[in-house]
Design a protein around this ligand. Structure first.
Ligand code: FES
Ligand code: FES
Length: 159
């Protein structure tokens, strides 16, 4: 066992982990941070995405021991207290919250994208969602929501 410190949503957690524990296991099963979901467990669906130093990465294929000293943000850390993040607001307003299981991962991918590229094209948004599988209704409303959130975050005029 290794004692490690992880910084998650601004708070430091000390955990005892084996070298092969995934970040997703530590978040969900050890720390009860259950926003990141376990879909495939093999890096294919994006339901477990978290921000690690600003990059949207799959927690199911990331080893917890590799995350020491990094800034981890889960969906729980995206909102500002009781206020939803503009991306979350736009997902709700545009009807992009679909099955719910995939949504946290989509919001995380959107956040990583918009932090790096405040004015993405629809194609760039679709590319950022490449690793977020949705099998229910497709991506149109999700892309609409991210475009809408980008406008809000830039402070553009917005109906
Ligand atoms: S659960 Fe991690 S990518 Fe599917
Ligand atoms: S949002 Fe989960 S399958 Fe479409």
């Amino acid at each position: 066992m290794n004692n490690i410190k992880l910084k998650i949503n601004g708070r430091i957690y000390e955990v005892k982990v084996e070298k092969n524990y995934t970040l997703l296991y530590v978040l969900r099963d050890m720390l009860d941070i259950t926003g990141p979901k376990e879909g495939c467990g093999t890096g294919d669906c994006g339901a477990c995405k978290v921000l690690i130093d600003g990059q949207a990465l799959n927690a199911c294929t990331t080893l917890a021991v590799k995350c020491e000293g990094k800034e981890i943000i889960t969906i729980e850390g995206i909102a500002d207290g009781p206020n939803l993040h503009p991306i979350q607001e736009s997902f709700v307003e545009k009807g992009a919250v679909q099955c719910g299981f995939c949504t946290p991962g989509m919001v995380i991918s959107a956040k990583a994208l918009l932090d790096q590229n405040p004015k993405p094209t629809r194609d760039e948004i679709k590319k950022a969602l490449n690793n977020n599988l949705c099998r229910c209704t497709g991506y149109v409303k999700i892309v609409d929501a991210i475009e809408d959130a980008a406008q809000k975050m830039r402070g553009d005029n917005h109906e």
